[in-house]
Design a protein around this ligand. Structure first.
Ligand code: TYM
Length: 373
């Protein structure tokens, strides 16, 4: 019996088998040929692509076909502001900013304060909106171009969004929403309606330009179910189906099947953590180390099950040679977990400090990015 796992927009649990997920969701794998096609335009490959962490897509070859024909695409991604952002939440934003830079694409970023209120992360809507503005600082700090990026909160852009949401909602039955998201009679109406709002930004660039502009959505694979619905109805609204590029879920610090959780703060590093807090979390993380130092020197450790090594892979060893060296010395028993954690902690502390500077600078830039009704 294979190990069970769950991936939905609201829950990721267990050790995810990404090959099975591709089959279950009916997406396509990103193979070497497709990566090469991207490299042709970008000159370099983002480490997340090179390492297979962006691993799956829908219609990405079509996006590139259109681009090569002189029909550039827009990018759309988003954030449900439930708490401070952790490293995992930042992944699609770093990647989207990279795509924006290389393809000179316009970007739409949706902040779903309504979603996080409906799904009971907050007692008041105002609190969700406040956290949304706080998260926007982290997102701007990911390096977006203010001339090509629009960020909006659902509650503040609803006049623009609503007429499109109305068209979309009419085309989604409760039966579809229930089948895709597992709703039952206890779900509130906001939860049931919400997917219509997450669809809308796929079409904003087309509406703005008054012609059909291809849309590419970089996101975690957990968000894919929403866009399966969007893709089914897009053409009936006169738009092309949005394309997607999916990342794997960066694991928590308690093992590769652990989840980064806002309710268990020691499982994740948050973008606003102090250096001291981040260091303690890293020190307490799960590794692939042996019971004793002697054994580890003799037999080597196992990076394949190690949260710390996963952090190097995702964000903290972008140079391949260094990353390869971490792996080889780990397997070969030359690298002890305590030292390896401290080495990672140094990278993380520097990373958070640099982020903090960009985040503070972002305070003055908010009005360059945020659009409202
Ligand atoms: P949210 O806020 O849960 O997550 C924001 C983005 O981060 C991705 N993500 C992760 N990626 C890697 N490792 C992780 N551990 C990890 N955890 C989360 C998510 O897949 C997502 O891309 N409903 C959405 C907000 C939204 C949105 C969108 C997301 C609105 N429109 C369009 C993507 C694309 C949400 O609550 O995301």
């Amino acid at each position: 019996m294979p190990e069970e796992f769950v991936v939905t927009p609201w829950e990721v649990r267990g050790k995810v088998d990404y090959d099975r997920l591709i089959e279950q969701f009916g997406t396509q794998r990103i193979d070497a040929k497709l990566s090469e096609r991207i490299r042709k335009h970008t000159g370099e490959l983002h480490p997340l692509l090179k390492r297979g962490l962006y691993f799956s897509h829908r219609d990405l070859p079509w996006i590139l076909d259109e681009y090569e024909k002189g029909n550039p695409f827009s990018l759309y991604t988003g954030r449900g502001p439930s708490s401070a952002m952790h490293l995992g939440h930042m992944i699609p934003f770093y990647f989207t900013a990279w795509l924006q830079k290389h393809f000179k694409a316009n970007v739409w970023i949706q902040m779903t304060d309504d979603e996080k209120f409906w799904f009971r992360d907050f007692d008041t809507l105002e609190e969700a909106t406040r956290v949304g503005y706080d998260n926007i600082l982290d997102i701007i700090a990911a390096g977006f171009d203010p001339n090509r990026t629009r960020i909006f909160l659902d509650t503040e852009y609803i006049r623009k969004l609503y007429p499109i949401a109305v068209q979309i909602a009419k085309r989604i039955t409760f039966s579809t929403a229930r089948a895709v998201f597992g709703f039952d009679a206890s779900n509130n109406l906001g939860q049931i309606f919400y997917t219509a709002l997450q669809s809308v930004p796929c079409f904003l660039e087309s509406i703005e330009q008054g012609r059909n502009v291809p849309c590419l959505i970089p996101c975690g694979i957990d968000q894919d179910p929403h866009f399966r619905i969007t893709r089914d109805l897009a053409e009936s609204l006169g738009f092309s189906k949005p394309a997607l590029i999916h990342n794997k879920m960066m694991p928590g610090l308690k093992g590769l099947d652990s989840k980064m959780s806002s309710s268990a703060p020691d499982t994740a590093i948050f973008m606003t953590d102090s250096p001291e807090v981040a260091i303690v979390k890293i020190r307490n993380a799960f590794t692939g180390g042996r019971a004793t130092e002697e054994e580890q020197r003799r037999l080597g450790a196992n990076p394949d099950i190690c949260s710390i090594f996963a952090y190097y892979t995702y964000l903290f060893a972008p140079e391949d040679r260094y990353w390869g060296d971490v792996e080889t010395t780990c397997r070969g028993g030359q690298r002890m977990c305590g030292d390896c954690k401290m080495e990672l902690a140094n990278h993380v502390v520097r990373f958070l400090e640099e982020h903090k500077t960009r985040r503070e600078r972002a305070r003055d830039q908010i009005e360059k990015f945020v659009v409202r009704d």
